[in-house]
Design a binder for this molecule. Structure first.
Ligand code: ATP
Ligand code: MG
Length: 442
């Protein structure tokens, strides 16, 4: 998204009605940094009712009327317009308990979390920067607006946001702000899990996710206490060069930044290692069953972070299968029949990221994983039968032959397995012949 005429028109309309209006927050920061903009937020001294009347004729959503936020849809794009305000304390999900509207952009910028997020820009591109945000961008620094301890006391989520922005922007957290992060991190346990989850997702997808997660690992330990035993846990394994926590973090770094699914699965993929660790007779470390233990732990953690069931199931499937070996085309077909091709490919990508954070000789397996991806795509393109939808007989055929209820599904699955194994061709007459000879219920 860009700041363009569609945005400028909104500022002009407010100004024409006699109000001040500015771009604020992330869009100003990202414009200065020449980064892609997520969403455009606007601040004005117009009270909410006046915003609504300035934009009569537009689709208007009173998003947070009490807090002065109105969403205007312009050319299909939503814009949040918020009255300048001074915040009271925060105890709920996303909003302060009480707000006081103000006529001053300075007040509005003062309530914002970090200097780089506390700048405003007018319609002509002039920037208002009372807290040194531009300098902090130049020096790549995240710094609280005002005293970090009191800002973090007002809203502890800002502790997490400091680390999230450090990860996303590749900035260092300024020393006083960093000291308060460290001092006050436990307060995050009072913050709603939904708010934490939103920041966690952004943190793990940041370009500096690995170094930030290493430096602020104690904060990660507050958010996910189950990960603490992984800190400094030596693996005693010829395959590994890092301890469990560092391996986790390095594997996240190796996954594409735009794949939240992979990064989330990698965050938890080895969390069950410390409790499954044993030194074998070969004197090496072994973690038998760790993928299943990790899956069980991950399900609980993800539930607690209020992820939806679909996300939890997909993440847990990837975690449960991440250390399985794939040895044949038949196995690839079987896996695709269970997972679908997209999840199969995701799993291969996850294994690649996992390998890339081990000893160098393990990377070589990644060529094989790429080969598996090519094989999967070829099988798919060839129309190879790997799911019931491609089987040459269906439920109706079996019902016509006298199968009933659960027998139908069981017979179809048996046939699919035989076809995948190459023991039967996927041809209707031959499949029916087989049914007559072997499967037909008495
Ligand atoms: P992104 O590009 O990830 O959306 P953003 O800076 O726009 O980054 P948002 O969470 O969308 O972040 O918040 C918009 C703006 O609102 C921030 O830039 C900041 O000025 C302000 N803000 C958001 N959350 C807080 C908070 N907890 N405390 C103070 N100010 C906040
Ligand atoms: Mg935003």
């Amino acid at each position: 998204m860009k700041i363009d005429n569609n945005c400028r028109i909104l500022l002009e309309k407010l100004e024409l009605a006699g109000y001040q209006a500015f771009y604020v927050g992330g869009c100003v920061r990202d414009t200065v940094m020449r980064r892609e903009i997520n969403d455009v937020d606007i601040a004005t001294d117009a009270p909410p009712e006046q915003i609504m009347s300035v934009f009569c004729g537009y689709k208007v959503i009173p998003t947070g009327l009490k807090h002065g936020t109105i969403t205007i849809i312009n050319c299909g794009i939503p814009f949040e317009i918020t009255t300048f305000r001074i915040d009271g304390s925060y105890t709920d999900l996303r909003h302060p308990d009480s707000v006081t509207f103000s006529r001053s952009i300075y007040d509005d910028l003062s309530r914002r979390d970090f200097t780089v997020n506390a700048m405003a820009m007018d319609k002509d591109g002039n920037i208002i920067d009372p807290f040194g945000g531009i300098d902090d961008i130049k020096n790549m620094i995240i710094r609280c607006v005002g005293d970090p301890t009191s800002r973090f006391s007002e809203d502890a989520l800002r502790i997490m946001r400091a680390v999230r922005f450090a990860s996303q922007l590749g900035f260092e957290i300024e020393s006083e702000t960093a000291a308060s992060v460290d001092l006050m991190k436990e307060r995050l346990s009072n913050i709603s899990r939904e708010r934490i989850r939103i920041e966690l997702d952004k943190l793990i997808c940041g370009k500096n996710a690995a170094s930030v997660m290493l430096k602020y690992r104690e904060l990660i330990g507050v958010v996910i206490p189950e990960i603490r035993p992984c800190f400094d846990f030596e693996q005693h394994s010829q395959y590994h060069r890092y301890n469990v926590y560092e391996h986790i973090v390095r594997s996240i770094e190796k996954a594409p930044r735009d794949s939240l699914t992979l990064r989330r699965a990698l965050l938890l993929h080895d969390i069950g290692k410390p409790c499954t660790f044993k030194i074998g007779e070969d004197r090496h470390g072994h973690f038998k069953g760790h993928a299943q233990t990790s899956e069980i732990m991950a399900r609980k953690i993800l539930k607690d972070l209020r992820y939806d069931n679909k996300t939890i199931d997909l993440t847990c499937t990837l975690i449960a299968l991440h250390s399985n070996k794939i040895e044949s085309e038949r196995q690839i077909k079987q896996m695709i029949s269970q997972l679908g091709i997209d999840v199969f490919i995701l799993l291969m990508e996850m294994k690649k990221a996992d390998n890339s954070a081990k000893m160098e000789f393990v990377f070589k397996e990644n060529d094989l994983l790429d080969e598996h991806i090519r094989t999967a795509k070829r099988l798919e393109n060839e129309g190879c039968c790997m799911s019931l939808s491609r089987l040459a007989v269906n439920g109706r055929d079996l019902t016509a032959l006298g199968f009933q209820g659960p027998e139908v599904g069981a017979a179809l699955n048996e046939l699919l397995e035989l076809v995948i194994d190459g023991k039967l061709p996927n041809e209707k007459t031959l499949l029916i012949k087989y049914i007559y000879s072997k499967l037909l219920p008495m």
